[in-house]
Design a protein around this ligand. Structure first.
Ligand SMILES: *Cc1c(COP(=O)(O)O)cnc(C)c1O
Length: 394
């Protein structure tokens, strides 16, 4: 290390050490090839009940989305071909944005090429190095990345703890703006942010609230309008972010808010400005998904039913199960990464695909199995998943 022959050798040694170390701790991640057939996946010739997707409503393989995307493909071609601000802004983009704004009960919306790009773009645009960002300690990685890139001072408040947030806001004497960011639904814990409490604190301390509702959009609240709608506080969340990639079955991200906010983001969100507009086929699919998600209440009811059945049956088998009824996923808490990995393998052998969630996605010692039932799973498939879990001794 002191006299490296050349930097490349050092780099390669670092790569191989990192890979070895991760493997030794059961933390090395692998890409695994699957084929999707609706709510099941096929892998190595075996059909497995898929509990690992965020396609909660089962729309990713819905024929109506495929038809909408095909029509858009014929009309617009494959890619947008340019940034929205240059020659890449098509009518399907604006139709989708109008529909998203209405869905979120906001004045306007702006679509990005992914949820990740949305968070990075909006946080870099909204927060400057003079400002102060307060993040729930469990927010999604894309929020941490956007926060870092903004150059703002970043503080984490205790998960879902409005009192801790308020204490921090009160102690901050700086003159910069204060921006609070939380997920609406925390996907690795299955709980909802206490939005009414957070809103009250933000309003008392003149802080701007940003809610990332990647996992709430389409699933939570009346007509799937999201976590803010669930709490009846849509008009008090100034920045509502969401994705098209999860319950809406496609790919992309969006932000909804005031016309002024959207105008500002069009000027300043670098991931919007310097990136090709979302593919028109994806915009068309998302528009169709939104219509279906709003109308087909049975999809949300089925997810709830599956979720409840899994939760009670696994608790009866001796597992510690985490997650709120409103959230589409539940977590089976295991502990050590190795143990979680073993259980995931056993589940797979028994026909259920639900991978272990390990550090750094979750804190050390809290590895877990994440179960996300899909609206199109049958009751028999859910029973098969339950049967796949061994009785927990100890
Ligand atoms: C998945 C996710 C994102 C990123 O969305 P993509 O569209 O997949 O890039 C952002 N925030 C949260 C909370 C997410 O779960």
């Amino acid at each position: 290390m002191l006299h490296p022959k050349n930097a490349k050798t050092v780099m390669r040694a670092h790569w191989s050490q990192t890979l070895d170390r991760l493997a030794a701790r059961y933390l090395k991640r692998e890409l695994r090839l699957v084929e999707r057939r609706g709510s099941v996946i096929v892998r190595d010739g075996r059909t497995l009940v898929n509990l690992a997707s965020n396609d909660y409503l089962g729309l990713a393989s819905d024929q109506r989305l495929i038809a909408a995307a095909s029509a858009a493909l014929e009309r617009y071609g494959i890619g947008a071909g340019a940034s929205r601000l240059l020659a890449g802004n098509f009518s399907i983009h604006e139709e989708l944005e109008a529909a998203l704004a209405e869905f979120k009960r906001a004045e306007a919306a702006l679509v990005f090429s992914s949820g990740y790009a949305t968070n990075v773009g909006i946080l870099m645009a909204l927060a400057t190095p003079r400002d102060h960002l307060y993040l729930d300690e469990l927010v999604h990685a894309s929020i941490h990345d956007g926060a870092r890139l903004s150059g703002a001072r970043v503080e984490r408040f205790r998960h879902a703890d409005a009192n801790d947030l308020e204490r921090r806001l009160r102690e901050n004497a700086s003159r910069g703006a204060r921006i609070v960011v939380t997920d609406g639904v925390f996907s690795m814990d299955g709980d909802l942010a206490p939005l009414p409490d957070l809103i009250a604190v933000c309003e008392r301390h003149d802080a701007l609230l940003v809610v990332d509702d990647a996992h709430g959009t389409g699933v939570v609240g009346p007509a799937g309008r999201g976590t803010a709608a669930h709490f009846g506080v849509e008009d008090r969340v100034p920045v509502q972010m969401g994705t098209l990639s999860k319950a809406l079955g496609g790919q992309g991200g969006f932000v909804a808010g005031s016309r002024q906010l959207i105008q500002f983001l069009i000027q300043r969100a670098r991931s919007f400005i310097y990136s090709t507009g979302i593919a028109p086929v994806l915009a068309a699919a998302a528009l169709e998904a939104l219509r279906i998600a709003e109308r087909e209440e049975w999809r949300r009811e089925t997810i709830k039913r599956h979720r409840e059945r899994l939760a009670s049956a696994l608790a009866a088998k001796g597992y510690e199960v985490r997650g709120e009824l409103e959230a589409p996923m539940l977590l089976v808490m295991i502990g050590e990464a190795e143990e979680a990995l073993e259980l995931a393998r056993a589940l797979e052998t028994a026909g259920a695909y639900a991978p272990a969630i390990r550090p750094p996605t979750v804190p050390h010692g809290t590895s877990r199995i994440r179960l996300a039932p899909i609206a199109t799973h049958t009751a028999e498939q859910i029973e098969a998943v339950i049967a796949a879990f061994p009785e927990k001794t100890r």
